[in-house]
Design a protein around this ligand. Structure first.
Ligand SMILES: Nc1ncnc2c1ncn2[C@@H]1O[C@H](COP(=O)(O)OP(=O)(O)O)[C@@H](O)[C@H]1O
Ligand SMILES: [Mg+2]
Length: 203
């Protein structure tokens, strides 16, 4: 697909390699040699398709999909220009309100992100309104279940508690202003139950 364009590796996670190209961001799921080859091929194809579908469903909070090649396990997407939320949250905890709005919008569409960390959110510098955009839908799924939305919130809270401990309380309060738990009473009640479940487990 992009053999003609230059690619520069910008990231490598457990599942995928991310390249910057002159056409956009290329996410490729490479071979995992520890898997049985047939299973590996179908698993990577399945996950790549699933991620592309979920990114598409999450527009415009997610990047535009420019091209997919499931045989090559590749997704070419719009490059969102701007810093990761991870890089700016400590100095600007108020942007968590924007994150709250975006996650509420995703949950209203029954989209569960599944990996809500501040490395999977980018502040789009080209946008004045709703600048926070989500990436990395590799663990996402569709669900209307209160439990799934509550767990999504729980994971996000844990992520900021561990990576942004100093401003955690502030950021969480801003997040709640954006997410508006009063509009999502059932989810929020379940969230509190999930949180206390987590606390009991830790003991
Ligand atoms: N569409 C995009 N625009 C800009 N940067 C991106 C984009 N997609 C990924 N990145 C960058 O690559 C990193 C890893 O991408 P991600 O999809 O989160 O893969 P992983 O599954 O390895 O975490 C991100 O944290 C971000 O820095
Ligand atoms: Mg990621």
């Amino acid at each position: 697909m992009t053999t003609a364009s230059k690619r520069t590796e910008i990231g490598r996670g457990a599942e995928a390699i991310i390249y910057s190209t002159n056409k956009g961001i290329l996410k490729i799921r490479p071979v995992k040699t520890y898997r049985i080859p047939e299973i590996d091929v179908s698993l990577r194809k399945h996950r790549t398709k699933l991620e592309a579908t979920m990114i598409q469903k999450s527009r415009p909070m997610s990047p535009e999909i420019l091209k997919t090649d499931f045989k090559k396990h590749e997704i070419l997407m719009e490059e969102i220009k701007g810093p990761l939320v991870k890089e700016v949250l400590d100095s600007k905890p108020e942007i968590a309100e924007q994150i709250g709005k975006i996650i509420a919008e995703l949950h209203d569409k029954n989209i569960i992100h599944g990996d809500l960390t501040t490395s999977n959110m980018i502040i789009d510098v080209s946008k004045k309104e709703k600048p926070v955009r989500m990436i990395d839908f590799g663990l996402s799924f569709v669900s209307s279940k209160v439990e799934d939305k509550a767990v999504d919130l729980h994971l996000f809270r844990q992520a900021i508690e561990s990576k942004h401990a100093r401003i955690f309380e502030k950021a969480w309060n801003h997040f709640l202003q954006g997410y508006k738990p009063a509009n999502k009473k059932a989810v929020f009640e379940r969230f509190k139950a999930v949180e206390s479940r987590g606390r009991h487990k830790k003991k």
